[in-house]
Write a protein that binds this ligand. Structure first.
Ligand SMILES: O=C(O)CCC(=O)C(=O)O
Ligand SMILES: [Fe+2]
Length: 318
């Protein structure tokens, strides 16, 4: 594998079950062999995607004190602003040279689950920019819909009922994460200095990037291959939760971001499933010994996030 497959999702929206199955099989092959693929014909208009990059540029251009007022350190629910060098995606390496802003599934402050302080069900933080919240949530909703479509493909490929994942995706844990990598000015001390080598935690990640290079993926032969910007496409990858759920049928693949030559923006949408969904390999692979114990999505994700951030106590719930 020296480049990532590009898959048209048009077939998943067909009325013809054979066409849906053919696309699902193509997706499934990528998930088994590579764990990374581009999607085209994904249904998100380019103008919507470009609009999200405008929002990211506006946000990161705010004065430092405005961004600090939105700090993720004030959110027990993984929302808000992560300052430069505040995160280590690879805990064994140095800090990541990037800043980020997380938006989660949007809950009102008086929602019963928010009042009960349930894990991952918190309020979002919003920058003081007119119309920003509405436009960001519009992009979030487009990504969620795409994520649900991709999961229909996974179900068909895995030989499950086509709506197997739909019930787990009614109000899922999902994070829209805007990222800004500063220019490296020719100084690259670590090849993964932008984002440390890691696998993603959830089910699937849907990533949009600008035209500046940086993302690299480790193939099965142990070689780093570039994942260049493909105009109009998203890069998708399998996360550890779906790898676990599928008893390692689908693979989550290590990747990193090399410090970019020029300032680089990307927008990731990390999709998990509903917080209380039980991730149990026995529901997906029949007749195979399960390699993992059942665990709720919220417990699994909390454990992974606690290992990534210093500001989260090791036993923090969400
Ligand atoms: O910015 C990118 O291209 C990838 C970022 C990434 O892998 C992540 O945030 O998990
Ligand atoms: Fe990642």
């Amino acid at each position: 594998m020296s480049s990532l497959p590009i898959i048209s999702l048009a077939g998943l929206r067909s009325d013809d079950p054979a066409e849906r199955q053919a696309t699902a099989t193509e997706l499934g092959r990528a998930c088994r062999d590579v764990g990374f693929f581009y999607v085209i014909d994904h249904g998100i208009p380019d103008s919507v995607c470009q609009g999200a990059f405008d929002l990211a540029r506006q946000l990161f251009a705010l004065p430092a004190e405005d961004k600090e007022a939105l700090s993720i350190k004030r959110s027990p629910h993984n929302r808000g602003y992560v300052a430069m060098a505040d995160e280590k995606l690879n805990p064994d390496a140095g800090a990541d040279m990037k800043e980020a802003f997380n938006i989660g599934t949007d809950f009102p402050a008086d929602h019963p689950d928010v009042l009960a302080d349930k894990p991952f069900r918190g309020v979002n933080f919003w920058p003081p920019i007119d119309g920003w919240r509405r436009r960001a949530l519009d992009y979030f909703d487009h990504c969620l819909e795409l994520g649900r479509t991709i999961h229909r493909g996974f179900s068909l490929d895995l030989g499950l009922a086509e709506d197997f994942f739909a019930g787990h995706l009614s109000k899922p844990i999902a994070t829209l994460r805007m990222l800004r990598y500063p220019p490296s000015a020719g100084k690259v001390e670590r090849e993964d200095g932008g984002a440390g080598t890691h696998t993603d935690y959830g089910n699937v990640t849907i990533l949009a990037s600008d035209a500046v290079a940086g993302l690299e993926v480790l193939n099965r032969q142990g070689e780093w291959i570039k994942a260049p910007h493909v105009p109009g496409a998203f890069v998708c990858n399998i996360g550890d939760c779906l790898m676990r759920w599928s008893n390692d049928t689908y693979l989550s693949t290590p990747h990193r971001v090399r410090p970019p030559a020029k300032e680089r923006y990307s927008i990731a949408f990390f999709l998990e499933v509903n917080p209380d969904s039980v991730v149990d390999p026995r529901d997906i692979v029949k007749g195979e010994a399960p390699k993992y114990e059942p665990i709720t999505c919220a417990d699994y994700l909390a454990a992974r996030l606690n290992a990534t951030y210093d500001h989260r106590g090791a036993d923090e719930k969400a």
